[in-house]
Design a protein around this ligand. Structure first.
Ligand code: SF4
Ligand code: SF4
Length: 196
């Protein structure tokens, strides 16, 4: 789970050994009338983490609730696209667009000067549709539990990343004698994204 550093610092200062997800699950379980909390898990360490604090459950204290309020404010102010990476939208996208991964890169690039995000975007775009490939069919929006305007957000992603991607490809096409490392050392042999 990626949250702004400042938000994580607040939680770690209060409880150094508590995981970030533990705060979310304890928050949900602390609400009046809540009988059960369901948590998605995909690895043994997640199961062990969840059971470690739910075995002997303690509701959030008032101090901890105040930390949650501050963390919520930081996250809301710092997150351009409020995607929770559930990936429901990806499954049936006809263009195989890596929607939540692109949103995570966009959020990261919006928090500070873009560094490696464009490289990650290029890498993902080798075997997924690019943001600009969206055909606005609306399938993803119909299943998004956060009711995000995915089609509009993908336009923002495209404006941030596709321009750089196309520029890089164009520049490389203007280098006729460019050699690359590995077994493919000519433009004809190259099967990756870099020559389009
Ligand atoms: S609207 Fe775009 S991103 Fe969403 S499913 Fe259709 S093609 Fe994929
Ligand atoms: S369905 Fe919505 S919240 Fe879930 S990964 Fe897709 S965009 Fe993000």
């Amino acid at each position: 789970m990626n949250i702004p550093n400042m938000a994580e610092k607040l939680m770690k200062e209060h409880a150094p050994h508590a995981s970030v997800p533990s705060w979310a699950i304890r928050y949900a379980a602390s609400q009046e009338g809540v009988f059960m909390v369901l948590s998605g898990m995909s690895a043994m360490d997640q199961l062990q983490d969840n059971t470690s604090y739910m075995d002997d459950f303690k509701p959030l204290s008032e101090d901890e609730n105040e930390i949650i309020r501050q963390v919520t404010k930081i996250i809301n102010e710092d997150t351009a696209i409020a995607c929770t990476t559930c990936r429901y939208c990806e499954k049936d996208c006809p263009m195989s667009i890596a929607i939540p991964d692109y949103f995570a890169l966009y959020n990261s690039a919006s928090r500070s000067a873009m560094s490696n995000e464009i490289l990650f975007y290029m890498n993902l775009a080798t075997n997924h549709g690019r943001a600009k490939d969206c055909i606005a069919c609306g399938q993803c929006e119909s299943v998004c539990p956060q009711h995000l305007h995915i089609i509009d957000h993908l336009k923002d992603v495209s404006a941030k990343f596709d321009f750089h991607l196309l520029s890089l490809q164009k520049n490389r096409k203007q280098e006729p004698d460019l050699k690359i490392q590995g077994t493919a050392n000519t433009r004809k042999d190259c099967k990756c994204w870099c020559f389009g």
